[in-house]
Design a protein around this ligand. Structure first.
Ligand code: AMP
Ligand code: GLY
Length: 425
């Protein structure tokens, strides 16, 4: 029986998932809620927000959806998986109790410490006076994190007490991130290069994917503010077999033991952000979903059918799945609206999409795009993810930039050094 699949979200991640699932022999039709101009070319966009849980359940029931794949984190925290499963519907992603590993940094830190997963030393505060006292006597740099989800903006690296003091004011007193910042985690600054790890987790076992590297800062040379991610490469080039073995034993094996001991029903994608330090890999954060734009490079390298992997993960029956991966390197360069991650204008006409996509081994995944009178226009901060694959990282980089050069819209902003230098020391 072929399946009717619903994907929730509207970013490059969701277009990449829809692209990959559309190649699956088991898929009859894909719906994307709410989707973008790219997903509209693959399936049917449905105007429902990813966190409008009751409307999504109603849609899935009345449209005979066989399987749903959740894109964004806030929908998981809002309990979309609980609602679907309680209604007898099959869905990919952790239930809200397990998704707290992403939606509360304090919860995640406590989990890591109790289960021996390497992470930065930290303290947790709900009282700003106590937090200030701690910061006054601390060593710098120091990292101040809002406890809750803050669109990647709730992490402040403070070089000295006055910056830490300002961060505490922003989080705890001005509530710049809403309630997410009324509790803060203050942690030790880790040095190293960053790396994104993805693993399907079915509650009792895991399947580790190839590693990637995101480029979070807005501008070349890791300058400017943090963003959702300006580009990715896979493999990262920093993970050899010995390090991969340590990631398994020190992070993933302990994660599985931890969820079992704590009775946390985690079925879905675990995406730990790691710092590869001189003393080994350390977890910066747990994400409980696919990364964006990590997904864009991962689906380009996955040779096997994605649908059975997601279905068996959701069913708690991943078993010993061994998907095939392309040994080639993949690079995704994000084209963003000028001003992102700050304010930016929308509605700019995009040209050159077909020219870019016509290049061999290039896929252009849409994020903030919208079709207006038959033309495609910008509709968000991150607009497109130009994703290329080639024998080497260098060749994939040059192909991705050759394709990106074909595309233009007013104010386009991108990094020109995706994959050129390791991010951080
Ligand atoms: P997070 O959302 O916790 O992954 O943090 C966002 C970014 O802040 C990370 O990708 C790192 O670049 C940086 N960061 C977070 N925690 C630390 C830390 N303890 N030491 C150094 N950099 C950090
Ligand atoms: N690219 C980082 C994230 O998805 O959180």
């Amino acid at each position: 029986m072929t399946k009717r699949v619903l994907i929730t979200g509207s970013g490059g991640r969701e277009h990449a998932l829809a692209w990959k699932l559309s190649q699956s022999a088991g898929v009859e039709k894909i719906f994307i809620a709410p989707g973008n101009a790219g997903t509209a070319a693959i399936g049917e966009n449905v105007p429902i927000a990813p966190d409008d849980v009751s409307s999504l359940v109603a849609f899935a029931k009345s449209n005979a959806i066989d399987f749903t794949v959740v894109g964004p984190d806030d929908a998981l925290a809002a309990g979309v998986v609980d609602a679907f499963e309680d209604a007898g519907l099959k869905i990919f992603g952790p239930r809200a109790a397990a998704a707290r590993l992403e939606s509360s940094k304090a919860f995640a830190k406590d989990f890591m410490i109790r289960h021996g997963i390497p992470t930065a030393d930290y303290r947790e505060f709900t009282d700003s006076t106590a937090a200030r006292e701690y910061c006054r006597a601390a060593k710098y740099p120091l990292v101040v994190k809002a406890d809750g989800l803050a669109l990647g903006k709730g992490v402040i690296i403070a070089a000295n007490f006055s910056e830490a003091d300002a961060a505490l004011r922003l989080c705890m007193e001005d509530l710049a991130f809403g309630e997410a910042g009324s509790r803060v985690v203050i942690e030790e600054f880790l040095e190293g290069v960053e790396c994104s790890i993805h693993a399907l987790v079915d509650g009792s076992t895991y399947l580790l994917f190839p590693d990637c590297r995101d480029h979070k800062k807005a501008h070349d040379g890791d300058q400017g503010p943090n963003t959702g991610g300006m580009g990715t490469i896979s493999p990262s080039g920093s993970v050899d077999d010995a390090l991969r073995a340590r990631i398994r034993t020190e992070i993933l094996d302990r994660f599985i033991a931890g969820i079992q001991k704590d009775n946390l029903d985690f079925r879905g994608m675990l995406f730990p952000g790691l710092m590869l330090t001189a003393s080994g890999p350390k977890v910066l954060e747990f994400n409980c979903r696919w990364g964006d734009p990590e997904t864009q490079v991962l689906v380009r390298r996955l040779e096997s059918d994605l649908l059975p992997l997601l279905e068996s993960t959701a069913a708690g029956a991943l078993g010993a799945a061994t998907p095939a991966w392309d040994k080639k390197a993949a690079v995704c360069v994000v084209l963003a609206s000028g001003g992102y991650p700050g304010s930016y204008e929308k509605g700019k006409a995009i040209s050159g999409l077909a020219d870019a996509a016509s290049l061999d081994e290039v896929e252009v995944f849409h994020a903030g795009t919208k079709a207006v009178n038959g033309e495609i226009a910008t509709n968000g901060g991150r607009v497109l993810g130009v994703t290329a694959k080639a024998e080497t990282l260098e060749a994939a980089r040059s192909l991705a930039y050759r394709a990106a050069d074909q595309i233009s819209f007013a104010g386009v902003q991108r990094r020109n050094d995706i994959g050129a230098t390791p991010t951080h020391s």
